[in-house]
Design a protein around this ligand. Structure first.
Ligand code: TRP
Length: 453
């Protein structure tokens, strides 16, 4: 098969907006609507938001552009795309390949919970008094079978979309789901802006208290950015490999990052005023969305309706993310192992489901299975994923692109020097120096080699 045939048979995005929506869809998900608000909640509010925005510009956007450039240049699955820069750096793609089913599994478990909450928003959730909301959540996630049903539904939907291909699956559903996401979040922001505690919530959320900025807060903000922008696992490499070649990558990375930050900040705008209006605590942690928020909805007029919109928003946002996690290994299996697309999607989906069963049972009958002093199966995956694998691959990708590829990378992001040359130079400077240094510090802090804060 000639090279051109191979490229044509891979399929691809049919429009620039289709790619932007798909990449933004990958970025926007649990990371923005669940993880960002609770991380802000436990890290002191405005100070965390400020650090998040700074790190996003200095580390997040450059790394997103790193993945975009590798993918569009390679026009193949992530392993071959990295190999095209240098055989020695294809391990970055392999790490993504092997970690993808793990990300898919725990991501889908939590996404399954959001389906359950959507279904129960009109029946069930609203009858639960605030002080037993925690028990409601706890008894659901520890149930040995019910969460598995919702896990299966979520993975099925993910596999279904990916099995349909890049333009008829990923692009088509991103174009349908992203506008829905936007409408839902606007409805919720309007609701929140009309609450009596709006001012108080906003003041806490957006006024930085500089005394709360510690090294640990900076580490937390950076970890959040990796997860939220989907960088480090080569998912964005894979998406960008379906681009034709004349897109302005710098602009696209800017738009996608802006949209990702916007949705995260809007999610905080939805949650914190409501939390303050009804006298709840912003620092509840991971249960903020599943325990605090349903109680908040119950306290407001038409709360069931808003709960429904909120959890349906999460399903939509999560689906456009999980398909990007799945597409990464699927592209590899199709191109390197001769799988058909549906077979590849089902194969990885089944592995994700099996791992997901373990994650889910880890909240109930297997809660005795713990690692490193008390981490559950979910905790260990989230920890390894966000705090070790993503930062490590991000660091490796920055070195590979900045130091090994270097001039070729600049040519790629500036389309051969035809646009944004100044920005291209700033970018490569960040990728060669600032990003690796910051990443190395953060990475060592994360795995405890050095003590931060
Ligand atoms: N970015 C998504 C979110 O915020 C999650 C996600 C999608 C992801 N693809 C990824 C996380 C790849 C890590 C790696 O919810």
């Amino acid at each position: 098969m000639s090279d051109t045939n191979f490229t044509a048979s891979r399929g691809g995005f049919t429009s620039k907006s289709g790619f932007i929506l798909a990449a933004a869809g990958s970025a926007v998900g649990l990371g923005n609507i669940w993880r960002f608000p609770y991380m802000t909640g436990i890290n002191g509010g405005g100070a965390f938001v400020l650090i998040y925005v700074i790190c996003l510009c200095l580390i997040g956007v450059p790394l997103l552009l790193v993945e975009f450039s590798v993918g569009r240049h390679g026009k193949a699955n992530a392993i071959d795309s990295y190999a095209k820069i240098n055989e020695k750096v294809k391990f970055i793609g392999y790490i993504g390949l092997f970690s993808s089913p793990m990300f898919l599994s725990y991501y889908s478990v939590v996404s399954g919970w959001t389906i359950y909450y959507t279904v129960r928003s009109f029946t069930g959730l609203r009858n639960v008094p605030a002080d037993v909301m925690g028990d409601f959540f706890g008894s659901f996630i520890s149930n040995p079978t019910l969460p598995l049903l919702f896990l299966a539904i979520f993975i099925f939907l993910t596999v279904y979309i990916v099995a349909n291909g890049v333009s008829d699956g990923i692009e088509k559903y991103s174009k349908i789901l992203m506008p829905i996401l936007f409408i839902f979040i606007v409805i919720l922001v309007i609701r929140s802006a009309t609450l009596s505690g709006f001012k108080q919530g906003i003041a806490w959320y957006l006024t930085p208290d500089f005394s709360k900025i510690t090294p640990a807060v900076i580490v937390a903000a950076c970890g959040q950015i990796f997860f939220s922008l989907s960088v480090g696992m080569s998912g964005m490499v894979t998406y960008a490999s379906y681009l034709k070649g004349d897109e302005n990558l710098i602009k696209t990375a800017g738009i996608v990052s802006f949209f990702d930050a916007l949705v995260a900040i809007l999610a905080g705008l939805v949650i914190f005023p409501a939390v303050f209006t009804y006298g709840f605590e912003p620092g509840a942690g991971p249960s903020l969305v599943f325990i605090t928020l349903p109680a908040v909805f119950n306290a407001m007029p038409f709360g069931s309706f808003f709960a429904f919109i909120f959890f349906a928003l999460l399903i939509v946002a999560n689906l456009t993310s999980s398909i990007s996690i799945l597409e990464m290994p699927v592209a590899y299996l199709i191109e390197k192992k001769g799988f058909t697309r549906p077979k590849a999607a089902i194969f990885i989906g089944v592995i994700g489901f099996i791992l997901g069963i373990a994650v889910s049972l880890g909240f109930g009958v297997w809660s005795g299975v713990t690692f490193f002093g008390g981490m559950s199966i979910f905790d260990i995956m989230d920890y390894l994923g966000s705090n070790v694998i993503l930062p490590f691959c991000g660091l490796a990708a920055a070195v590979a692109v900045g130091w090994v590829w270097n001039k070729g990378a600049v040519a790629e992001v500036t389309n051969g020097g035809t646009n944004s040359q100044g920005l291209g130079r700033i970018w490569i400077g960040l990728v060669r120096y600032l990003v690796p240094i910051l990443m190395a510090i953060i990475f060592m802090g994360q795995i405890g080699i050095i003590k931060l804060g």
